[in-house]
Design a protein around this ligand. Structure first.
Ligand code: EPZ
Length: 422
């Protein structure tokens, strides 16, 4: 298996452009199947999750083509309603195909996506929302069959602002008869991006970014071209890496408004941040200050997807910080590995108590999920000595060639594979 080998202790410096957002691209690519024709999506990152989504679209009958960060999807001949189980198991975001396939074909067959390292990842809110629009849902074992003669607008109240459920219901509702109101909707920037894309195709949606989204059904959607927003989590990850290595970097093609809570926390930790439109400069020349309490929660609160990364920074602070994880029940898997690198972290239920230490030490560690892997890379960059991060395929799901991005910022990091060593 491939590994990342990092010689720590070098401050990051230089400038890097932030690539498109994985969590915006995935639902938007799924939504392409609702228009009969050729759609061009720009600024799509080169990630393994995107490759799986393209494989699924092809399995459903689409023609897809990638030209660098541009992807063409031609959904003229979508004919298949069955999502292959082996592709479902590779990426739980296959669940985003439910709404679009119900809207396009009136039928979808798929499998429970199952949990992952960070939690159970239930889909009950997705299923309940689609049923409210008139879908009939039959579950047998892990197989789910959804059918809908006709989708009809409804008032849906989510009892948790699930990002995926909000997106699936939005997509199923765009061609339903009448008005759908989603109350208690998630407010993430990726949902706003989905609304902008669907409206570009002719949908009539308002309210994304707030907790109430209103969709008035239209008879059909038209092909269009669209550009994905920058990835706020990749940007936040690099901001934290710069702070952890006492570096000075510039991020280009970012959207600071998507990172308000992360910027606030980093400033409380003593990090200097300067913003000029879509450019951000992050610098730090001293050990971070502890942050008394961070609580992860749905946007606009501090994002769970930056929790493991900020924990690395705070493990080097002068004092005790507390992080409470409220979104995923299993998102502390990185703590054991950080402890092996010398961090002093105690977990009590859903809270982590982090007592800063003078330094971290390189070790061989294992990535358990996408963001935990990114956190271990940051720890390796800051640590004294050599760190080897294994199971890097988790990281490749959300960071396009992370070692190239970091080498460009002066890091001493290489990817090794069993066959060749760089
Ligand atoms: C999206 O996952 C993101 N993935 C996640 O990013 C992100 O961590 C998460 O939102 C929260 O911001 C994509 O957008 C592809 P949720 P999603 O539905 O939609 C529970 C990354 O690292 N829940 O908001 O799956 C669920 O168990 C990934 O890029 C239900 O109970 O998140 C979880 O505890 C990781 N029933 C909580 O809600 C449901 O039907 C949040 O889940 C759905 C969710």
């Amino acid at each position: 298996m491939e590994k990342l080998v990092i010689e720590g202790g070098k401050p990051l410096s230089g400038a890097v452009r932030i690539h498109g957002a994985k969590n915006a691209a995935l639902p938007i690519l799924a939504a392409c199947i609702m228009a009969e024709g050729e759609i061009t999506i720009e600024n799509v990152p080169d990630l393994s999750d995107i490759d799986v989504m393209l494989d699924i679209l092809k399995a459903l009958g689409c023609r897809t083509e990638r030209r660098g960060e541009q992807i063409i999807v031609d959904a003229l001949k979508v004919c298949e309603h069955h999502i292959p189980e082996h592709l479902m198991s590779q990426m739980r975001s296959s669940i985003f195909l439910m709404g679009p396939l119900l809207a396009r074909l009136g039928r979808v067959e798929l499998y429970q996506p199952g949990g992952c390292a960070i939690g159970e990842r239930k889909i009950d809110l997705h299923l309940r929302g689609l049923a409210a629009l008139g879908a009939v849902i039959e579950e047998s074992g892990s197989k789910i069959v959804c059918t809908a003669e006709e989708l009809t607008g409804a008032e849906i109240a989510l009892d948790y602002p699930s990002v995926g459920a909000t997106e699936n219901i939005m997509m199923a509702a765009v061609m339903a008869k009448g008005r759908t109101i989603i109350a208690g909707a998630a407010r993430e920037p990726e949902i706003q991006d989905l609304q902008h894309f669907l409206n570009r195709m002719g949908a009539r949606i308002i309210g994304a970014g707030t907790d109430t989204i209103t969709i008035d059904g239209v008879p059909e959607l038209m092909p269009c071209s669209y550009r994905i927003i920058p990835d706020r989590i990749v940007a936040g990850t690099l901001m934290i890496a710069a702070a952890a290595t006492k570096g000075n970097i510039t991020l280009e093609n970012v959207c600071p408004a998507h990172l308000t809570s992360a910027i606030h926390v980093l400033k409380r930790a003593g990090v200097q941040i300067a913003i000029d439109d879509d450019i951000m400069n992050i610098s730090s020349h001293a050990r971070p200050k502890p942050v008394e309490r961070i609580v992860t929660a749905p946007h606009p609160s501090f994002p769970t997807d930056l929790q493991s990364q900020i924990m690395v920074l705070l493990s080097l602070a002068d004092g005790v910080s507390i992080i409470k994880e409220t979104v995923f029940e299993g998102r502390f898997k990185h703590v054991d590995e950080l402890t092996r690198m010398g961090a002093d972290i105690r977990i009590d239920l859903s809270s982590a108590f982090i007592r800063g230490v003078p330094r971290l030490y390189g070790a061989t560690v294992e990535a358990t999920d996408l963001r935990a892997g990114a956190a271990l890379v940051i720890a390796g960059l800051a640590a004294q000595g050599t760190t080897v991060v294994e199971q890097v395929h988790h990281i490749d799901r959300g960071y396009a060639r992370i070692e190239q991005m970091l080498r460009h910022l002066g890091a001493n990091i290489v990817r090794t594979s069993p066959v060749t060593t760089e």
